[in-house]
Design a protein around this ligand. Structure first.
Ligand code: C2E
Ligand code: MG
Ligand code: MG
Ligand code: MG
Length: 283
């Protein structure tokens, strides 16, 4: 990089690039150790039934307690995990933890709700996916109906491959949802062929829904389509009462977003939602 240091701005550019590269290389080698050092943590974002405010599920979202950089969000390290192949180990770790935690909550008298876990494309296409999901369910003793896997439309670009993976997953008794729905470029025809249970309306359609009639129309159409196809539907990214009211009017019963709750540590989920009797005793 030294030879690029000239009078014409290269120097600044390459330094910026170096810092970027250094950071990624550093993060990569740190990420390799993160799992064994117990630095990863699963957060849970509760999902609610809009009208009754009842909790209907939680989404598992991984966080990294980096010793120097603090709490890192998945947007920063999942891409590195995907590039380096660490996603397999990381993904298995998240799945096992989420299932364990859910089983523990069920045993302790928490609500009998499912946990949903995000899959990367590489995980979805790994040949032994079904076997390892099955073995984690057996190991953790979580009933399959309480596990939901989230995939995205773009993972299903090859319909022949996808349909057999989905059928195999389905035969385990778990549920599949389509995350970030509406942002992919795939055809709608797969919705009728594929064993999918739920659509998650992407946050980008919700963001301006109180101002933007096109977004409102798109969301209403997705909800209506889901109902006609007998699929569940949940809206992501609800932050305001306005957004909630529009969705409730459009008959979207399931809601996930900061308006109800941010993703929380397991401990905070327990304190805020799960064990009212414990809270009462403490009062
Ligand atoms: P996602 O699966 O679409 O998850 C929802 C994201 O939206 C989460 O970001 C969540 O914190 C955020 N969110 C929820 N409600 C609101 C809201 O009202 N407003 C706003 N602004 N944001 C909201 P997070 O936790 O940073 O995760 C980002 C993405 O990283 C996830 O998007 C998912 O694609 C990926 N991810 C997270 N955990 C895992 C994992 O264990 N494995 C894999 N493969 N990907 C993961
Ligand atoms: Mg998700
Ligand atoms: Mg996603
Ligand atoms: Mg999403």
């Amino acid at each position: 990089e030294v030879k690029k240091q000239g009078k014409n701005g290269h120097r600044f550019y390459s330094q910026e690039l170096d810092i970027q590269l250094m950071t990624n290389i550093e993060l990569e080698s740190d990420l390799r150790k993160a799992i064994e050092r117990n630095e990863l943590e699963v957060y849970y974002q509760p999902q609610f039934h809009a009208q009754s405010n009842r909790m209907i599920g939680v989404e598992a979202l991984v966080r990294w307690n980096h010793p120097k950089k603090g709490l890192l969000s998945p947007g920063l390290f999942i891409p590195i995990a995907e590039e380096t192949g660490l996603i397999f180990e990381l993904g298995t770790w998240v799945l096992r933890n989420a299932c364990q935690q859910m089983k523990q909550w069920h045993d302790e008298g928490g609500p009998l709700v499912p946990v949903s876990v995000n899959l990367s494309s590489q995980q979805f296409h790994q040949p032994n996916l079904v076997d390892y999901v099955k073995s984690i369910l057996e190991e953790t003793q979580l009933e399959p109906k309480y596990l939901e896997l989230e995939i995205t439309e773009s993972m299903m670009m090859d319909p022949n491959v996808s349909i057999s993976i989905l059928q195999d997953l389905n035969s385990l008794g778990i549920r599949i949802s389509l995350d970030d729905f509406g942002t992919g470029y795939s055809s709608l025809s797969y919705l009728k062929k594929f064993p999918i249970h739920k659509l998650k309306i992407d946050r980008s359609f919700i963001k301006d829904i109180s101002l933007n009639n096109s977004d409102k129309a798109i969301v209403a159409t997705i909800i209506s389509m889901a109902q006609h196809l007998n699929l569940d539907v949940i809206a992501e990214g609800i932050e305001t009462k306005d957004q909630l009211d529009i969705l409730t009017k459009s008959d979207c019963m399931e809601i996930q977003g900061y308006y109800f709750s941010k993703p929380l540590s397991a401990r905070d989920v327990e304190d805020s939602f799960f064990v009212p009797s414990r809270a009462t005793i403490n009062n």
